[in-house]
Design a protein around this ligand. Sequence first.
Ligand code: MRU
Length: 356
Amino acid sequence: MADEMPLITRAVWWSDGEVCWINTKELPFREVVRCTNDPVELAKAIVGMEIRGAPAIGVAAALGVAAYSKSLADSGVEISEFRDKVLDVIEVLWKTRPTAYNLFWALSKVKKTLLNSYTMDVVRVANEIINEALSILKEDLEANIRMGIHGASLINYGSTILTHCNAGALATAGYGTVGAVVRIAWRQGKITKLITTETRPLLQGARLNVWEYSKEGIPVTLITDNMVGYVMKRNLVDAVFVGADRITREGFVINKVGTYMIALAAKRHGIPFYVVAPTSTIDLSSSINEVVIEERDPDEVRKVMNELLITLPDVPVMNPAFDVTDPDLVTCIVTEKGILSPPFEESLRKVSVAKV
Ligand code: MRU
């Protein structure tokens, strides 16, 4: 069943030597596709969150390096200039968002391809980079399906699932992490309803989850972030599924700000709290104190949709993009390699491949 799942929504893809993406800032009102081989334009799109969600950011960055490499090779530069310029571009993309681990994982892979290539033929090196980027994309799609199958096995028939932020198709190369679980469980007849938080300040739940799941006929109900506790208290949630931007070696889960509150409420109400993430999100090299939590533009909080001011224009605000959920609040971590149980320090080590 999973293998036949149609790929209806794509966040990022390769077309004719360019990286293409759907501008998620415009959703759900306008479907705008953009393509480029200019790494600076791509970097701006990642910082500006036209492309967002940890796996999608990683795939986009790799494809961006590939597109740039192709354009350089087409222009006929020498190998040493090619190497220097591609390394510079990797550096530019590296600095776009500090928390999502998949970005560093994917860029390290293309960098390794560049540095390990001993041929002097620029076109050949560019092709090797393109192949590496395309295999990162393909691996992400395959991992989505595997996570979906594992995650769906945790869901009972007739369940209502709650999710936070968008960990769906729009956050990956294809089906999503949580998105794949939901899509597969829905096809199996296990899910009766998906509840999504709106996910302030940038409204990934209200804008993106509602758009991508409604499109496939998956019944989605929208709540504001502060309704989670009440909805759980009324026994309206059977399980929580969220994605992750980074999972540290101790099992701390860094995900969209608000995740921690939901995990606390789930624990209080005895509701299982599942994290769905590919092994490329697991950062065995960092302990939680070493991870940078991205702090974003204060105007994202002062305004709604970057337009409507909802407070005094100069009020001090905090705008961390992510928060940290302690391992003891997590029931299981679903990866493409299987379902990990506590103690996570041990189970994460067994499956992790990501090296930066
Ligand atoms: O700031 P965003 O929109 O990039 O944050 C996205 C999330 O927090 C997702 O839950 C996470 O990247 C996992 S996506 C499969």
